[in-house]
Design a protein around this ligand. Sequence first.
Ligand code: UN1
Length: 513
Amino acid sequence: AADFGIHDALKALGIKEVNDGTSTGSDHFSSGDIISSYSPVDGSLIAKVKTTTKEDYEKVMSSATTAFKQWRTKPAPQRGEIVRQFGDKLRELKEPLGKLVSYEMGKSYQEGLGEVQEMIDICDFAVGLSRQLHGLTMHSERPGHRMYEQYHSLGVVGIISAFNFPVAVWAWNTALAWICGDVCVWKPSEKTPLCGVACQNIAAEVFKANNLPEGISCLINGDYKIGELMTQDNRIPLVSATGSIRMGKIVAQAVAARLGKSLLELGGNNAIIVTPDADLKMTVIGAVFGAVGTAGQRCTSTRRLILHESMYDKVKDAVVAAYQQLRIGNPLDENNHVGPLIDTDAVSHYKNALKKVVEEGGKLIVEGGVLDGEGYESGCYVKPAIAEASNDFEIVQHETFAPVLYLLKYSGDVENAIAIQNGVVQGLSSAIMTNNLREAERFLSAWGSDCGIANVNIGTSGAEIGGAFGGEKETGGGRESGSDAWKVYMRRQTNTINFTTELPLAQGIKFDL
Ligand code: UN1
């Protein structure tokens, strides 16, 4: 079979393939058990990585805390210059890194490149921001006093990321954390450890070239147990975690128990509302890309289509027809639309969802199923499925990380569709397809969508880095990436300076001695 240049890509990223020994990522101390990374694309073993033991973790933390003392003294614009160099390295390595993302995670090569582009974009954003970490000045109520606020570096930021965006989500966090003067300890998903090693190698090269300690960026490998060391560690003031709601609740409680800060980016149950005024062509593209792109494994994937009864059949037929055109197969082959799921556990969750929706009274109108035979040897390829369902089904309320789309019907006013859209525990992304100004504005109003992201005439997935990314309710409330998301990576200090010879008290209080 064609290797699509994957071996060259691994080489360019400093990943030692399995026959050459174990891939460690530069200076990251891990010496524990082995994680083997298998590709969901063809089932082959790509490379092995050592996990981080408790003793290794202590070494990592000592390297991180030492690096922080140095890094925080560097002026922010100079930290931005380092991030600029890191972004340039990513530009050079965009193709191999995009290929590794595609091969280790299973998303299309186009989406792998897109993910690296998001990393480059957030670096550019961070470089500009490194000269704009603004605080406010305010007028003191006391004469001869000046009051202002400033933002200082926070410390070691712990990053826990998921397999579905194995490189971009780390970059969203780390590029901002770095310009803020923080250092990062990253635990990538144990399902995509090589993406972690590749990123660490790139960062390490930049730090080395600038005579900076590699501890500014640290990598730890392993499952939730190694993540637990971070959530319980007082030396880590902020833990940024992306993953399931179940994981988020555990992380949030552990971090809150020591009054640390957590930034949570958890599950979504994203819907597109299609009103009688929707543009059919745009609706179909938005819905199909949202539901089957990344094989339904984005937090922002479209899970529910809420269709007005007057056009229910028309939209349904058009979406079903589009599903017949989908080509499923090797994601490195640009002729395919849909790649594999991450592993066979994910395939079981997918199968279970299809079974449950029927048990609860739903109807499969695009059947789905697991593919086998030539090209599908990994056992991870599934057919995107569509079911007619009801919003109150337990399975519809639940986020299944797979290409399963539920069709829901509404009648009457757009308010009824908004109630269905909001009628889930998650609150990440939402969209409305309409050319009706009143419907669009109602959807965006305070009594409209309750999600962190609300789009008009765009699908639910594919957010740009410039906006703050995140969601409400059980999605966790965190905001990452653009806008003022940087503020959570810094500590805020209010300063008041008296330049008189008197000591007047605030609120006019008299205290004469
Ligand atoms: C995620 O699925 O974890 O909006 C993040 C999007 C991407 C980010 C998704 N830019 O689809």
